[in-house]
Ligand binder design. Structure first.
Ligand SMILES: NC(=O)c1ccc[n+]([C@@H]2O[C@H](COP(=O)([O-])OP(=O)(O)OC[C@H]3O[C@@H](n4cnc5c(N)ncnc54)[C@H](O)[C@@H]3O)[C@@H](O)[C@H]2O)c1
Ligand SMILES: [Zn+2]
Length: 369
């Protein structure tokens, strides 16, 4: 079992990572004394897979709990679902103190964190992430939110969990597409901060795709360390450091929006966005050809897209213009200058963005999956 401390003064917490470690969670929670009753927020699929293990460790430590199910969909990050859940929690909250456990992927984690942040002006919550993306990214750092029709994650807060508990055993039931999407974010950490991690993924991607526990645990630990280090130094994204986590996300978000958040996963869009950003960097002579090729090859090896069909370039360009990071017509990109190092650049020539995108996007759908 590995422990990483996120140092944030009074808001500090541990990230615990291991394989088959869930049985230890109850004892840890008992010692933390977060409250009298845990409300476990989850969806039916995850509850079916993991609730028995969670119940066993809570029962063993004589912790009270209730399960609260939300639908298995991004639409659970909504006002409707959030306030329905809050009403249930308030009805249960008659004596003692309530705290929350988010058992699930990023959707459940963002929603539970949001509820924890606003209910009674803040109650304790614990993240028990069950997707690779949630273990290496969304469960760490306290960005919690729900969506509006106007856009994703528009209503939220920075509200840190009290514990992140990542059992890589949980990843064993993930589909290939979910694992690939999580690996896109792992590659991102390698490119922005850690060449050795990038090389590790390049050597082990087959084992990672086959959900081998050892390399998975190593990736979860290394990525969690990087995210924790960045969050410690720039908790609220005020110093520009947390911005580098957006590598691949500027074009990635635009592609997701252009696809209407269907047909393409977040990780696939980010993988594509990273290749585009690397190509922009290469064409601006900021990144050497070899590094550009290594990134693009790794993304292809993992089975993530370096080209996308069925999406119109104008829709992506429109979405880019509406991006909140594009202030007053100026654009801003996180560009790799080596594997392991990125810079933030503003005012990338629009023709260059268009050129790179038009070579990699085609409006005609192919049956490539
Ligand atoms: N807060 C942040 O900093 C942050 C960062 C990145 C992403 N996010 C958010 O995270 C969300 C995406 O998270 P996600 O990719 O985990 O998606 P998700 O939560 O929708 O999970 C993906 C799918 O996998 C299923 N699932 C979860 N665990 C499983 C398991 N162990 N075995 C089998 N199936 C399992 C889920 O039920 C779901 O169908 C988005 O809403 C995004 O905005 C937040
Ligand atoms: Zn992401």
């Amino acid at each position: 079992m590995k422990k990483i401390r996120v140092h944030l003064g009074k808001r500090s917490y541990d990230i615990i990572i291991g394989g088959k470690v869930i049985a230890a969670l109850g004892g840890i929670l008992k010692k933390m004394r977060l409250g009298d009753t845990a409300v476990v927020i989850s969806n039916p699929k995850i509850k079916k897979l993991f609730s028995a293990k969670l119940k066993a460790t809570l029962d063993k430590n004589r912790l009270q709990y209730k399960f609260l199910e939300v639908p298995d969909s991004e639409t659970s990050k909504s006002r409707e679902v959030a306030f329905k859940a809050i009403n249930r929690i308030a009805a249960w909250d008659t004596q003692g103190k309530i705290f929350l456990i988010a058992l699930g992927g990023g959707v459940v984690g963002d929603l539970a964190g949001f509820i924890a942040a606003v209910y009674k002006r803040g109650i304790a919550y614990v993240q028990v992430p069950t997707t690779l993306l949630a273990q290496i990214d969304s469960a760490i750092g306290g960005k919690v939110a729900i969506d509006l029709v106007q856009g994703k994650n528009l209503v939220g807060a920075f509200y840190q969990p009290r514990l992140v508990f990542s059992d890589v055993q949980f990843l064993g039931s993930l589909g290939k597409r979910e694992i690939r999407s999580g690996l896109a974010e792992a590659v991102k950490y390698g490119v922005i901060r850690d060449q050795a991690l990038f090389e590790f993924i390049a050597r082990k991607y087959r084992g990672l795709l086959a959900l081998k526990p050892q390399p998975l645990e190593s990736v979860v630990e290394r990525c969690s360390r990087i995210k924790a280090g960045i969050v410690e130094r720039d908790e609220k994204e005020e110093k520009g450091l947390r911005t580098i986590l957006n590598f691949g996300h500027t074009i990635g978000h635009a592609v997701e929006a252009a696809a209407g958040y269907k047909s393409i996963t977040h990780g696939e869009a980010v993988a594509f966005g990273m290749v585009c950003a690397a190509e922009i960097s290469f064409r601006m002579k900021l990144l050497d050809a070899g590094s550009f090729r290594r990134l693009s090859n790794l993304i292809e090896d993992i089975g993530l897209p370096v080209r996308i069909s069925g999406i119109k370039i104008n829709k992506v360009l429109d979405a880019l213009r509406h991006d909140k990071k594009f202030i007053a017509g100026r654009n801003r990109f996180v560009l790799p200058v080596a594997i392991g190092k990125v810079v933030i650049k503003e005012n990338i020539p629009p023709q260059l963005i268009r050129q790179v995108l038009s070579a990699r996007l085609s409006a005609f759908a192919e049956n490539h999956r």
